[in-house]
Ligand binder design. Structure first.
Ligand code: 4AD
Ligand code: MG
Length: 430
């Protein structure tokens, strides 16, 4: 019977066939130990001369890393085995040889591995990260779907900037038009929220950011909820609910992967309930008191975010940034108009911003003024201004970058390992 390693527990004492690849092999005279992986997991398959015969035993001695093969044998529970089970092999069949597999168990540099990303994802750690990513994405969808949000996809080809004109990727759009790859679905989300109340979009996002930090990709996946009739507290509560529910899901269903990654899960278990909040002014004071070279009125840098988030064991909500350093669509605080009704959520353990959002400018005149002040092409924004012409309401939402969220949950040094094929300033291959 053909089965997957993930389902092996149901077959103790039975004969099964596993189809996969040889991850590793060691031999001790009369026995070969094959570590087989099939995508769903890893298992040790024990090949003895007595069970398979001389000829097959000899062949098993020449199997090399990443040879694809089927192994048939009896499943045995073994508390000493990683995963709890082993396979006593009766027969095996090779499907495809693999000679000189370039990624060996020795240490390789990151550039070497990134050039071979299409193979590197077979490694146990990399596969564990991609499984966590899958779970994060499912948890995000379930969270919004379970709360009456309608998934409403937004376009990838767009006529104008959403998050500043300096990070746009232009594309030739037929003969005489330039389109830009989307930086955020937010503007369309706002229209969708006026039609459907609570919506979200979830797709690839592009930023021509010439940043070489551990937090930046040029192509990343962002989930963006948007709600009609929402204020800053509603938005922050939604962000808290989302993060606590995503973290709880990964802790519940991806223990094995977190163990492979040697993740200290007690840090994730602390992510419950409400999160601490700081206004930008208070955050600035903390940074200055700590002697950091932070200039009041500027955006928080990576180091500033790291220092702030390290003070708390839960994600930290920083609100009320100066309007000047935020996007054109942010609504000013009526009590302090020089500040925006916005929130950035900084992940603990020094991971920095994983969510950015806030209340949108719902006043027609002020929005038009901002569009002009930011030198944005008014034509391209007429439809967006329509939302303020026809039944404007207070509304808002946020965007969460999946890769930054996964990097934090897995405690990785860099976002490049959280996505199958990262796109970065100097990386477009494979
Ligand atoms: O803070 P950002 O730029 O906000 C927006 O795009 C809003 N329009 C979202 C909204 O309110 N609907 O981006 C939101 C999140 C960041 O907090 C971060 O997690 C992620 O997107 N992000 C990136 N992730 C990887 N690489 C990059 N270059 C990123 N830029 C933003
Ligand atoms: Mg931001």
């Amino acid at each position: 019977m053909q089965t997957y390693i993930a389902d092996i527990a149901a077959h103790v004492g039975q004969q099964v066939t596993l189809r996969g690849w040889l991850h590793n092999r060691r031999s001790s005279g009369k026995i070969h130990f094959l570590i087989v992986r099939d995508g769903s997991g890893f298992i040790q398959a024990v090949v003895s001369k007595a069970a398979v015969g001389d000829e097959a035993f000899g062949r098993a001695d020449h199997l090399s890393q990443e040879t694809s093969l089927s192994v048939t044998g009896t499943v045995r529970a073994d508390t000493r085995a990683k995963g709890g089970y082993e396979l006593d092999v009766h027969t095996f069949e090779v499907h495809g040889d693999s000679h000189d597999y370039p990624i060996t168990p020795k240490e390789h540099g990151v550039d070497y591995l990134m050039d071979r990303r299409h193979l590197w994802i077979r490694a146990e750690r990399q596969a564990a990260i991609l499984r966590v990513r899958h779970e994060v994405i499912n948890a995000v969808r379930d969270y919004f779907n379970g709360r009456g949000f309608i998934l409403c996809d937004t376009p990838i080809f767009t006529p104008a900037a959403c998050e500043g004109t300096t990070t746009l990727f232009p594309v030739q759009y037929f003969d005489d038009t330039t389109a830009y790859l989307t930086q955020s679905g937010q503007l369309y989300n706002e229209a969708n929220a006026m039609a459907l109340g609570k919506v979200y979009c979830f797709g690839p996002t592009f930023r021509a950011e010439k940043s070489k930090t551990r937090r930046h990709l040029t192509e990343f996946w962002m989930v963006e909820p948007e709600m009609a009739y929402a204020g800053l507290d509603d938005i922050i509560e939604l962000a808290e609910g989302l993060l606590t529910s995503v973290v709880a899901r990964v802790l519940d269903t991806r223990k094995a992967e977190l163990a492979v990654l040697e993740r200290d899960t007690s840090k994730l278990e602390a992510v419950t309930g409400h999160f601490p909040r700081l206004r930008y002014d208070e955050a600035a004071k903390i940074l200055q008191d700590k002697g950091l070279p932070f200039q009041y009125g500027t955006d928080l840098g990576g180091t500033d975010e790291t220092v702030l988030s390290e003070q708390f064991d839960k994600p930290l909500c920083v609100t009320h940034y100066p309007s000047d350093i935020k996007a054109f669509y942010m609504k000013p605080d009526p009590e302090r108009p020089e500040q925006a009704l916005c929130v950035d959520v900084l992940a603990p353990e020094g991971y920095g911003e994983i969510i950015g959002g806030g209340v949108r400018l719902d006043d027609y005149d002020l929005l038009l003024e901002r569009i002009k002040a930011h030198d944005l092409p008014q034509d391209a924004f007429e439809w967006y201004l329509d939302l303020r012409r026809y039944g404007t309401v207070p509304h808002g939402g946020f965007g969460m970058g999946i890769e930054r969220c996964v990097a934090w949950i897995c405690k990785l040094d860099h976002v490049r390992e959280t996505i199958p094929y990262p796109r970065m300033l100097y990386r477009l291959y494979p």
